[in-house]
Design a protein. Structure first.
Length: 298
């Protein structure tokens, strides 16, 4: 099935339009999640700590059917620490169970199973009170692409149970995985929301690579990202590319970066595309410093 995509961008900095990316296999995956939700005890939604709300999927919330839900904000090692603290307070006030983790650290990932058991403690106590052996906890893991969902699962299982890749939409099938003697886990493909409300949210999702670069274009995403880092007066951006200052617009700064990296085409012209690609690679590796795009609602 052809991808459903809509990109009506007037310029790199125009945030008045919207980006949509909802490939056909995601429609099928969402339908399968609706069928599986009745068989699970808890819903674990993996999000990106840099955009805690925009990396959620309202469609998942709608089909949760009042199941206990744990929101896992992954990649906290790439997010701004103070912003994470503000989000922790916001989730607490909103009475939503949320934890921040770094999937690259096993001790951090372990918080998922600890919190899941805690959320289901009352339900499992009822089994014990009746003298019934408690069944395994059945956990459904969901999330938008490239939030590190498969990496989280591989850390939990201590093996490569789920495919991983630095591109959106790697996982295409749903599969039960035995996690522990008392937990079974169902992995699902990354599912984007059918609608992204604002262009700004769309660009955030592009920056963290939840949306394929080809949908909007590497140049537009990198230009947006550099513009954001300029607005934050990023010392890491300046240091990484040995820039004298950030007193330029994003396009001019990218040309300077290309010059510093010696990314040249014929006649010494800077290769803008190659430079943009490098900026995105460096950002996604955390080489441009920690940053958070989204702040909690007031």
């Amino acid at each position: 099935m052809a991808e459903n995509k809509s990109t009506t961008i007037k310029s790199e900095h125009d945030l008045s339009e919207r980006i949509n990316w909802f490939p056909g296999h995601m429609t099928k995956a969402l339908r399968e999640v609706k069928q599986k939700i009745k068989k699970v005890d808890i819903l674990v939604e993996i999000r990106d700590a840099r955009i805690p709300q925009a990396s959620g999927n309202p469609s998942i919330s709608e089909i949760a059917q009042n199941k206990p839900r744990l929101i896992v904000l992954n990649k906290s090692n790439l997010a701004d620490m103070e912003s994470c603290k503000r989000w922790e307070s916001w989730f607490l006030k909103a009475e939503q169970t949320a934890i921040f983790i770094n999937a690259l650290k096993p001790s951090s990932v372990k918080k998922i199973t600890t919190m899941s058991r805690r959320l289901l403690q009352d339900k499992w106590q009822k089994y014990k009170d009746k003298g019934i052996n408690t069944p395994p906890i059945r956990m459904l893991v969901v999330g938008i692409p490239n939030t590190g969902k498969s990496t989280v699962i591989n850390r939990l299982t201590k093996r490569n149970a789920a495919k991983t890749g630095d591109r959106p939409g790697v996982t295409r099938h749903q599969e039960w995985i035995v996690l522990d003697k008392d937990i079974e886990l169902l992995d699902t493909p990354g599912i984007m929301p059918p609608r992204i409300d604002t262009m700004q949210q769309g660009m955030w999702l592009c920056a963290i690579h939840a949306i394929k670069d080809e949908i909007v274009g590497k140049e537009k995403v990198a230009t947006f990202l550099v513009d954001f880092l300029i607005s934050r007066n990023s010392s890491e951006l300046k240091k990484r590319y040995r820039l004298d200052c950030l007193d330029h617009n994003a396009e001019e700064l990218i040309l300077q970066i290309g010059h510093r990296l010696n990314y040249k085409k014929h006649k010494g012209i800077v290769d803008y595309y190659k430079t943009c690609n490098q900026v995105l690679l460096d950002f996604r590796k955390g080489l441009l410093g920690n940053c958070s795009f989204e702040e909690p609602p007031v």
